[in-house]
Ligand binder design. Structure first.
Ligand SMILES: NC(=O)c1ccc[n+]([C@@H]2O[C@H](COP(=O)([O-])OP(=O)(O)OC[C@H]3O[C@@H](n4cnc5c(N)ncnc54)[C@H](O)[C@@H]3O)[C@@H](O)[C@H]2O)c1
Length: 248
């Protein structure tokens, strides 16, 4: 199995895409640390997984002390780390706003979580990942990072830049770093919040594949990039968006 004896630290995994990835890693033989700012929800997710292979930890990715404490707890529990998935983010309609409409404090909050959060987690996990052959980092960007028309899109464009920068830096320690750029995916929060006319336009007009993107679509891509199947790939951002946006 792809993740036998592997340990993954997944941020924002209490629900949605991160939860689906955590569940898949456990199914494929691995152990997971559900690191989320919402501890109660993270504990709820862990209750649905085998007790000896899943752990909930409170973690605010924008806070260095909180990240370092969460990583320490994870390593103490499982003895190391093989995979880091930087999935936590501020997103949806609160942040899909024109760049000039956010206050300076809102901009700082967005960048602290979506961009610096990845730096914080990469820095804290690096020494442990460096000890494991085949270690991998996966950042979650967005198709909005290819069409950066609002504040959220700018933060996700930065995630693509971080992916190449970290790939270069962490290669010294044998760690691969890639990203996924999902289109609209069926996480509960996205389905609750995204306006139906926006989804219809995306699926029926912009996407080449005329269906809703699912968490299962992303899980398959995660498996590829985080397991040894993707062992010759680093620094890439893979769009999982039904053919939107196209690029050469
Ligand atoms: N759902 C989509 O359609 C879609 C599309 C493109 C990209 N994405 C990206 O995929 C990722 C997951 O999306 P989702 O829809 O599953 O999200 P979600 O809203 O369902 O879950 C996000 C999780 O992140 C946690 N979180 C928020 N701030 C945090 C912080 N500071 N520290 C730690 N945890 C924090 C939340 O508590 C929550 O559990 C995000 O990076 C998002 O930008 C989602």
């Amino acid at each position: 199995m792809a993740f036998t004896n592997r340990i993954a630290f997944i941020t924002g995994a209490a629900r949605g895409i991160g939860k689906a990835m955590a569940t898949d890693i456990v199914t494929a033989g691995g152990s997971v640390v559900i690191a989320d700012i919402d501890l109660a929800a993270a504990e709820g997710t862990v209750r649905g997984l085998p007790a000896d292979r899943a752990l909930a930890v409170e973690c605010d990715v924008s806070n260095v002390t909180s990240v370092e404490a969460a990583v320490k707890i994870a390593v103490a529990a499982f003895g190391g780390l093989d995979v880091l998935i930087n999935n936590a983010a501020l997103h949806l309609m609160t942040w899909n706003r024109p760049v000039t409409t956010l206050t300076v404090d809102e901009w700082r909050q967005l960048m602290d979580v979506n961009v610096l959060g990845i730096v914080n987690c990469a820095r804290a996990c690096r020494p442990y990942l460096a000890q494991r052959p085949g270690a991998a980092v996966l950042n979650i960007s967005s198709i909005a990072g290819f069409e950066s028309y609002n504040a959220y899109g700018v933060s996700k464009l930065a995630v693509r830049g971080l992916t190449t920068a970290l790939a270069k830096e962490l290669a010294e320690d044998g760690i691969r770093v890639n990203a996924l750029a999902p289109g609209a995916i069926d996480s509960e929060n996205a389905m609750d919040e995204l306006p139906s006319d926006l989804l219809t336009d995306l699926i029926q007009v912009k996407q080449l594949i005329k269906r809703q993107g699912t968490r299962a679509d992303l899980v398959q891509a995660m498996r590829f990039l985080c397991s040894d199947t993707g062992s010759f790939i680093t620094g890439e951002t893979l769009i999982v968006g039904g053919g939107h946006p196209l690029r050469v």
